[in-house]
Write a protein that binds this ligand. Sequence first.
Ligand SMILES: *Cc1c(COP(=O)(O)O)cnc(C)c1O
Length: 385
Amino acid sequence: MTASTTDGFSTRAIHDGQDFDPRTGAVIPPIFMTSTFVQDGVGGFRDGYEYSRGGNPSRDALQLQLASLEGGTHAFAFGSGLAAEDAVLRAALQPGDHVLMGNDVYGGTHRLVSKIWERWGIELSTADASDLDAVRAAMRPSTRMLWVETPSNPLMKVADLPALAELGHDAGALVVADNTFATPYLQQPLGLGADVVVHSTTKYIGGHSDLVGGAAITGDAELAERIGFQQFAVGAVNSPFDAWLTSRSLKTLAVRVERHCTNAQAVAESLVGHPAVSAVHYPGLPDHPQHALAARQMRGFGGMVSLQLAGGAQAALELVRHTRLFQLAESLGGVESLVCYPSEMTHASVRGTELEVPADLLRLSVGLEEADDLIADLQQALGRL
Ligand SMILES: *Cc1c(COP(=O)(O)O)cnc(C)c1O
């Protein structure tokens, strides 16, 4: 019952790769918790399965779903978002190649290239991805990869994917989009010109803060072959159980993200104009610098909001002591709301670099609780500053 390509997003999310079990009729495909597969004589593989690092039905089911939802032809599920990123870097780059990244990408992405890959001859620099002239000026003859994250973390800047894809391709670079914040429901970078999409499926795709995983998706068969070989040869695969949980989660992605967007919009609007708040960063606010671009490129504005406090770092640290529903934790995209202090948490690894984030900034992952309760929680905490 694999859905046709003319079906809409949620139909594909629910049916692609999710055929019922042919033996029992179980509506939900079983979890294949197995490391190896019996062979019918040497080399007689059933359905091609040999050993779970190379292929596992639960991982394949998820990969089919992901490829369908991102509009790609091939998807690879990894043990974490960074493992997926690492495989893409290995598959695409040679020593001497230069990677140009947005200057507010996820801190761990910058760390992966600056602390690991620079030692193996990869060059790295960054530019403001929301400024096309700055990106153009930062390209080098050796630039082989342009890495874009939009909306960005934690400042919610929006980058123009079609324009950046054209700019990258003109220079002979592969264009990679980290689509973790937007999810394929809000934005499909492959359709906007990117060559590869990466995800931390730990976040909105997993959606329940109960797993760690990652994915890389592409429509380029030759690149897919190389990423697939990295996945097999290096081995940072997603476990069958995590793959199964992620498949379960993808089926509700659209309804969850719709609610994340409505709640985040309400929370962002409730913070604007509060005397203790000096800035609110959310692409859904009409005065966000790239509001029009976000409206054009995305189906909604997402569930992430960041704010800066008039009372500086002290006020930010004080606020997180008083929220009740917004729990202080790293990560994002789950059903529960979280607050994070990026400069000492998610972005501690980029302190002292050009990716350093303001010390008065808090990042909110707006969950699926009642919007009124979330707003009341923030108002009471702000009232105590
Ligand atoms: C969390 C995150 C990553 C890294 O993913 P892990 O699953 O933690 O390895 C990459 N990019 C973005 C935007 C993230 O939020």
